[in-house]
Design a protein around this ligand. Sequence first.
Ligand code: KG4
Ligand code: ZN
Length: 346
Amino acid sequence: RDPFIVLGVESSCDDTAAAIVRSDGAVLGESRVSQDALTEAWGGVVPHVARDAHAAVIERVIHQALHEAQLHERDVDAVAATMGPGLEICLRVGYRAARQIATTYEKDFVGVNHLEAHVLVARLDSQVSFPFLTLLVSGGHCQLLLVRGVAQYEVLGGTLDDALGEAFDKTARLLGLEVGAGGGPALEQLALKGDAHAIPFPVPMAKRPDCNFSFAGLKTSVRVAIDKLGGDEVVRGDERLMADVAASFQETCVRHLEHRVRRALKLCAKHNLSANTLVVSGGVAANMVVRTRLQKLCERAQWKCVFPKVRLCTDNGVMVAWTGIERLRMGIADDTKNLDVRARWP
Ligand code: KG4
Ligand code: ZN
């Protein structure tokens, strides 16, 4: 029946999230608890610590979303949960809670791929039709995908080492920044005060004409530059130097993205694909320099550039519920009897 209502549950990394979304795109209820403080205290996501934190709040997060929607568990038409990729023991917390509701009330269940959710959420709040191109840049992933339809993806390129968000986080740590809410936002703020051309870091893989990414070499270049400037103590004691390193790093990342996106647009033209929209999603899509530069690039190429709302770019329950809706519309549901979470799920 249409419209129908789906509960989405997300627990693949360090956010416990749930949302109630209606098939016409209305978000009826939303709840999220992040483990930023824990992640900061442990210097990263520690699987069993994260699992315990998910387990401690999962019921409350789901009920808060239902409460906001003024609904009871039995009122939703289907349940969706992230099944991977991610930390298995964390994924299982969300999956079990979601499955419990689906089996108790005999609702359809949809197992959701986290990356697909990051991609498809763009269709919830804007008119994006298939096929389209996606640049997915988060803490765990960095990919260029051609999206032909629901469940029809072609990987044009991925990262050979670190993800972009991970590179921001590691560089923020190298600079000794507070990385509570992710190193990216802190580094972006610092870069505002710096000269993006102060340090000419080489753009990764500039001579390799494909759609793959690499950020490990850039991280090493930052390390070397800090040492040349006098070492950690000198750089961290000089706000100007700090800002210059941050701005130059960010500039190099953006130029790397520009190279890859330009290449992907060319590929689409070469293969006569009717795609003319680029969706940029994942946590790093919150970065204003990334946004404005890719927007400009697309304008020049006469492509549309779409960024989901910032709160839908970082991990959330809405994207999981929405993916459930998209899959159910295609007639795709899953049997929980033969289902388990998947740490890796390309
Ligand atoms: O999508 P997300 O919430 O989680 C994953 O699925 O990984 O992405 C989090 C990542 C972190 O690495 C964070 O540093 C980065 O996104 N990030 C940013 C910004 N906001 C978040 N990176 C650069 N600039 C930002 N403004
Ligand atoms: Zn994510």
